[in-house]
Design a protein. Structure first.
Length: 256
């Protein structure tokens, strides 16, 4: 590999090292840490301030939209943290983080996406037909990014029709998180486009598919029932699903 190709393919710290040696790489990491500190501080103020709001004193519509902003703020905080992990080469630390119960994830999605749907004039329904204490062994930020990309795509392309988020799991079977809409649907063969072209579903579903694959799950896409439009199913195999007892180290617990 020639020097020009090596520089073009280098990661940011590698590029700094190519240009000015080890000192430049250390400087890059120092700048990253300083920006990380300030980003965390700013995001913390946004999230912390929203948590001090007395939601019980608000009218329903204002409360709904502030819950949406609060949930999006939580998501932003997690995204900033994840981005800093990756930029620092610490992805393994993020992957090692324990999973969280489905109940917390479902409530987060309710708060964030109900307000989004209301603002877009789209009916949004959630159906959870599993034990809310089940814990996916996938980093929370990864699962949230997958589902958020799928939901955001559905709400953008539903054409005013409904969107439904369903979570289900039969005994011994995979956990399935399904997002269906009543829009025109799409050609599954064109979804992986990364430039946002084709049928317009583009990058969001490509990100979701890549994250699902890296997590050991899969993404299934089709058009049809239950609402007649696009259907995207995140399928997590049984070995990626545990219970609250697993997380506490209960020796009697079994992985579902």
């Amino acid at each position: 590999m020639d020097e020009q190709t090596r520089r073009r393919n280098a990661t940011p710290p590698d590029r700094a090292r190519c240009a000015d040696g080890p000192d430049a790489s250390e400087r890059f990491m120092e700048i990253l840490q300083r920006f990380g500190h300030d980003l965390r501080s700013a995001v913390s103020d946004v999230v912390g301030g929203l948590r001090l709001v007395d939601f019980d004193r608000l009218d329903p519509e204002t409360r709904l939209q502030l819950e949406r902003v609060g949930a999006a703020g939580d998501a932003l905080a997690s995204l900033v943290e994840s981005a800093l992990f990756h930029a620092s080469g610490l992805e393994a630390m993020e992957a090692a983080e324990p999973g969280v119960p489905l109940s917390g994830l479902v409530e987060h999605w309710r708060k964030r996406w109900t307000g989004h749907a209301t603002g877009a004039g789209v009916a949004f329904e959630m159906r959870v037909e599993v034990d809310p204490n089940l814990i996916p062994h996938v980093p929370r930020i990864t699962l949230d990014r997958i589902v958020s990309n799928i939901l955001g795509n559905a709400l953008d392309h539903a054409g005013g029709a409904g969107v439904r988020l369903s979570v289900s799991m039969e005994p011994g079977e995979p956990l399935v998180i399904e997002v269906a809409d009543g829009g025109p649907g799409f050609d599954p063969e064109r979804v992986p486009l990364r430039d946002g072209g084709g049928d317009g579903h583009g990058l969001g579903l490509s990100i979701a598919r890549e994250l699902a694959r890296d997590a050991g799950a899969s993404l299934e896409i089709s058009t049809g029932p239950p609402l007649g439009g696009a259907v995207v199913r995140l399928v997590l195999p049984p070995h990626l699903i545990g219970s609250a007892a697993d997380a506490t180290g209960d020796p009697g617990a079994e992985v579902l």
